[in-house]
Design a protein around this ligand. Structure first.
Ligand code: SF4
Length: 373
């Protein structure tokens, strides 16, 4: 497998019979050059069970192509207890060919495979309806919530539809979030800086030991530099920040490499989020990755019922990463927490989002500031 292109992990495609003649299917099969099987709509679970025996690892080699009969746009499932940024999720499919030990999708997905929706025309219709609606709000969309935004792009080429669509309007941005280096589809297409390409970053040790099948730090940063040279604004996510042996040096090294690779004034925002997980993920991840030590820390149960590090450790992790980011980042880059309380904001950053009209306004301002990115 070529880790900079995780789509190479897929070895088989299943096509649901009711959409086998959709033009997108032929394009995907031509691009992938993989064997495929047409299956009856009612037999999906049975076929997946035959091929994977319920194994998430086996399912990561299988791409299921089907139509989405529900909505393509969802509100980010934030909780009331932590500061949230009001993000619109583009539901382009589910699952991912990479295999991070901490991936929350392991506990979410009800089918052990990767799913990609082929009725792209319905996605664009729904999206255009929202973008053309008579609202004053600026909107930020992302497709990296239930899958990786770019991991399948070499096969689906969805970026060639979404990026020009966002380029054709001026009231919304699209964020493509990835741990891959699959950026070829972004070259030579119209973006008008309305698409932000973002990478999740971690210490090289966490990338090597916990983010299986993902691009290396060097590959991610080289891809980011390339996107910046094509004029795309960038963003980065230090999420999950994980307490591990040598974490101080590890995050310091990553941040130094980040700012050596890309211009600081190309970065719209950087988020930080300490490792947190739904309780049932410990059993699933622990069994699938028995050598991982990330679940064997002490945790408390947060207000959202997720397991989190003790507050003192979260503050220690955040202060270290934040101080380093502040030393290198452009002052216009919005550095923010994903899902943290006002107490943590104040203790680490010295202010709370409401001092600056709220997190949503902070990110909207960075999104709309054409002088950065
Ligand atoms: S890259 Fe993201 S979606 Fe894919 S396995 Fe890792 S955490 Fe999950």
């Amino acid at each position: 497998m070529n880790p900079s292109d995780p789509s190479h992990a897929i070895s088989r495609i299943l096509v649901v019979r009711s959409c086998q003649h959709h033009p997108e299917i032929e394009r995907i099969l031509t691009r992938s050059r993989l064997p495929h099987e047409v299956i009856d709509d009612g037999a999906v679970d049975e076929v997946l069970n035959r091929l994977t025996a319920g194994s998430l690892s086996a399912g990561k080699k299988i791409l299921l192509l089907r139509t989405n009969k529900g909505g393509f746009i969802k509100q980010c499932p934030a909780t009331r207890c932590y500061r949230c940024c009001r993000y619109r999720i583009l539901y382009i499919g589910g699952g991912c060919p990479m295999d991070c030990s901490y991936c929350i999708l392991q506990a979410y997905l009800n089918q052990p495979c990767i799913t990609s929706f082929v009725n792209v025309e319905d996605l664009t219709t729904e999206l255009k309806g929202e973008l053309n609606a008579d609202m004053q709000l600026f909107l930020r969309y992302g497709s990296g919530e239930f899958t990786d935004s770019l991991a399948l792009d070499p096969i689906t080429n969805l970026s060639s539809v979404l990026v020009p669509l966002f380029a054709s309007q001026d009231r919304a941005l699209l964020e493509l979030k990835t741990k891959s280096a699959s950026i070829d589809g972004l070259k030579d297409i119209s973006h008008h800086k309305n698409t932000i390409v973002s990478w999740s970053l971690n210490s090289e040790k966490i990338i090597a030991c916990e983010e299986h099948g993902s691009a290396s730090l060097g590959q991610r940063l080289a891809a980011a530099a390339q996107c910046s040279s094509w004029g795309y604004p960038l963003a980065f996510h230090f999420d999950p920040i994980i307490a591990h042996h040598g974490w101080r040096e590890g995050y310091e090294n990553t941040i130094e490499q980040l700012f050596a690779a890309v211009p600081a004034n190309s970065i719209k925002w950087i988020s930080m989020g300490a490792f947190r997980f739904m309780p049932k993920l410990k059993k699933i991840g622990g069994e699938r990755f028995p050598y991982s030590e990330i679940f064997s820390h002490e945790f408390i149960t947060g207000l959202d019922q997720k397991k989190r590090y003790f507050r003192s450790l979260r503050v220690e992790l955040y202060k270290h990463v934040y101080d380093l980011l502040k030393a290198y980042a452009d002052p216009r880059t919005c550095i923010y927490f994903c899902m943290e309380s006002d107490e943590i904001w104040h203790e680490v950053m010295g202010f709370v989002p409401s001092d600056r009209n709220g997190l949503q306004a902070m990110l909207d301002a960075a999104a709309m500031d054409r002088s950065i990115g």
